[in-house]
Design a protein around this ligand. Sequence first.
Ligand code: M6R
Length: 365
Amino acid sequence: EKGGYDHFMIKEIFEQPKALRDTISPRITKDGSIKLDNINITKEYIKNINKIYIVACGTAYHAGIVGKSLIEKYAKIPVLTDVASEFRYNNPFIDEKTLMIVVSQSGETADTLAALRLAKEKGARTLALCNVVGSSIAREADDVFYTWAGPEIAVASTKAYTTQVAAFIIIALYLGKLNENISDSEYNTILKEVIKLPEKVDYILNDIFKVKDIASNMMNQDDIFFIGRGIDYNVAMEGSLKLKEVSYIHSEAMAAGELKHGTLALIEEGTPVIALATQDNLYDKMISNIREVKARGGYIIAVSKEGNTSIEKSADKVIYIPDTMDDIIGILSIIPLQLISYYVALGKNCDVDKPRNLAKSVTVE
Ligand code: M6R
């Protein structure tokens, strides 16, 4: 059942090119536009709402915060995000002019389901990004976008995350077009790049020697930090969750620009810091942040795009990922982070597929 792999987690990491293809291809027509079954959001509706809420837990929430940036950019609708276990107790401002988007691989997470129900009660339209057909969340939402990732068995979510991010890219473009806030040329250019993502993930997975080598030096660490800015920070949060979840190493993701406001004090001689630097408009700023960490003795493992070789001057190790548009690169930059978590956990003899204290589906609030 593990198809020749040692664990479901690594099998599911390697299934990502297919999962992405299955999620993306059916949504893009031959003439290059987006077609969404199970979603009946009209132009009139979208022009009349005044905000979107994205609510989810864990990894699904991390996909949601990427979704926020994309929807705000392409559809120009303000988006609020919250974790589902906080949302209902934060006096959320939800009414008929709110589109509520919930994200859930399983479709059974209790807090996310409760958030969806509350939003419906308050008159909001609800859209679910979900991986399990017929699950509670998929059944109760007004509109559903299925991530066709296939069954995800490992407790640590991998292919659900990348397909959720892909779903958000498609939804953001779709809403942008409906809302007439994105130009045809931008829409077409992004879609053309989106179609190429699965083969780029494949390319990363075909050469994991360096990532394994980096992981082999991390097993004895007590703390590992992730830093990034913009979408890189969102991906850093997911990378950090993955690492603590499967390897039990304490880890934190920090917005790189915030370091000097406190967390830089944690950096000692040799502290490993995984620095994501994929965003062109933030590259120089990120390099400065990397230097700040380096100057305090941090050991920098950078993740950047092929071609950004200047980063080698500031980082100790560099993992290169293929180039693509900055808005969608999270689908590529998370792959080495998933692999690092897996190999560190493996090296520490952790129960990779069933980390201690955790369950695949969290059906209690
Ligand atoms: O099934 P869901 O997407 O609603 O699950 C949400 C979280 O419980 C889940 O993503 C969790 O954070 C994962 N174990 C992370 O790898």
